[in-house]
Design a protein around this ligand. Structure first.
Ligand code: HEC
Ligand code: HEC
Length: 379
């Protein structure tokens, strides 16, 4: 009797194979390139599995010929694990209490959380360029998966499509934690080469990388290699000036700041920085190490007044240490992505990755704060 009950509890809510779920519906929308205006573009067009779901092009062309955004499309691996926007209390250099922004989606943090984010590409004129909610709803209903909407909850309309994309991006395939660094942290010291182990040492000590690209558990059980904060690295200028977080918060000191990205799978996501101006990891490391000593090499930056000179720009690392850091970052690549074959659309899910249901406590959204209020605080 007891055993039957357990089976019933676990079995309940899990749809039979072939039944639509929010996540399977989200997968279909993600790969659908017929929704855009004109048709031909979908999420998959700018978030390629071969590039850890980022875009190898510096900026992505939009559905409308000639239109494009100004930022490099980031990886969607672990994107669902980025915490919602929040204010963190900290002390500035004068010992004054201040509240800084952490979390939120997009490189300037303008979306509160993932559910807020996924609706934007549909309507952005530089992305899928759909005119309005009614046009999207009409297209979704006509799609070959249109019936699945009805089966799940017909009344929800577009909102259901957004929830489906969130459910898909939360799937284990986007959070396998099966890079060599994870094996190393799990106790297999041979998982890293000697050079990579030296790199990890620099990463956590003299390089100072781990103060922002955290190597410990923070908002998630496993290290995400980010603190979800924002900073201005002084990326080389290109085209129009990009105000970053400062435009979202209306704070001068935050102009030119961009989100600290997770470094998971970073070896697959070139080009680098929010505007894709640096082509290789080796060059990114040379930039961190000697930016302030070689201004002519890197040129002007959009907001010199907010550039971080404390943590980067003149690190004094040797050529060997730079090479070791680059080597280390290769060990941040998930095995299931390395095993992805040309033309395959989704990597395999390694055994043992917890389901979204098992991780639901971590996926809770948080309340919104007024980031632009003059006396910003956690209310
Ligand atoms: C035309 C190319 C393009 C298309 C189409 C596109 N994206 Fe993106 N995506 C981008 C770019 C560029 C950014 C970074 C923009 C920014 O930060 O302002 C981005 C950012 C994101 C982010 C935020 C990641 C982070 O680290 O904050 C998510 C999530 C995302 N896209 C999901 C999607 C989904 C889901 C779709 C389909 C509905 C989609 N994208 C369609 C180019 C695209
Ligand atoms: C003070 C915080 C901070 C420190 C310390 C720091 N980073 Fe970063 N890192 C960032 C931010 C912010 C960005 C994104 C900048 C942008 O897009 O303009 C970034 C971007 C990167 C990128 C490019 C990733 C991408 O997808 O474009 C790499 C690689 C990187 N960091 C590695 C390192 C390494 C290695 C170190 C140590 C030598 C380090 N970082 C130290 C904040 C930091």
């Amino acid at each position: 009797m007891k055993r039957i009950l357990i089976v019933w509890i676990f079995g309940w809510g899990i749809p039979a194979a072939g039944e639509p779920t929010l996540a399977t519906l989200g997968k279909k929308i993600f790969f659908d390139t017929s929704l855009s205006n004109p048709p031909g573009q979908g999420c998959i067009s700018c978030h390629s599995p071969q590039a850890a779901f980022s875009d190898p092009r510096r900026v992505s062309p939009g559905a409308v010929e000639g239109r494009m955004g100004r930022r490099n499309a980031p990886s969607l691996m672990y994107a669902a694990l980025i915490p919602p926007q929040r204010l963190e209390d900290t002390y500035d250099e004068n010992g004054e209490l201040e509240y800084i922004v952490e979390g939120g989606l997009f490189l300037d943090g303008r979306a509160h959380d993932l559910l807020d984010q996924v609706r934007h590409p549909f309507f952005d004129r530089n992305d899928m360029n759909i005119a309005d909610a009614a046009e999207l709803a009409g297209k979704l209903r006509k799609a070959d998966y249109g019936e699945e909407f009805k089966k799940l909850d017909d009344g929800k309309g577009n909102e259901q499509a957004f929830e489906a994309l969130v459910a898909f991006l939360r799937e284990p395939v986007f959070r396998p934690f099966n890079a060599r660094i994870d094996e190393y942290w799990a106790g297999n010291k041979d998982a890293l080469t000697l050079s990579e182990r030296r790199g990890l040492d620099v990463f956590q000590t003299s390089g100072g990388c781990a103060t922002c690209h955290l190597t410990g558990a923070a908002s998630w059980l496993e290290p995400l290699l980010t603190d979800s904060g924002f900073d201005n690295l002084g990326a080389p200028s290109v085209g129009a000036i990009d105000p970053g977080l400062g435009a979202v918060t209306a704070k001068k000191g935050e102009l030119g700041q961009f989100k600290v990205p997770s470094l998971r799978n970073v070896a697959l996501t070139a080009p680098y920085l929010h505007n894709g101006t640096i082509g290789t990891l080796k060059e990114v490391m040379e930039f961190y190490n000697k930016r302030d000593l070689e201004p002519e090499r890197w040129g002007v930056t959009d907001y010199p007044e907010t550039v971080n000179h404390e943590d980067m720009g003149d690190l004094g690392l040797t050529d060997q240490e730079v090479d070791d850091l680059v080597a280390l970052m290769e060990a941040f690549t998930d095995r299931n992505l390395l095993e992805l074959k040309e033309g395959e659309v989704l990597p395999k899910v390694p055994a043992g990755v917890p389901s979204t249901e098992e991780r639901k406590a971590f996926f809770k959204s948080k309340r919104r704060h007024d980031l632009t209020s003059p006396r910003r605080q956690e209310e």
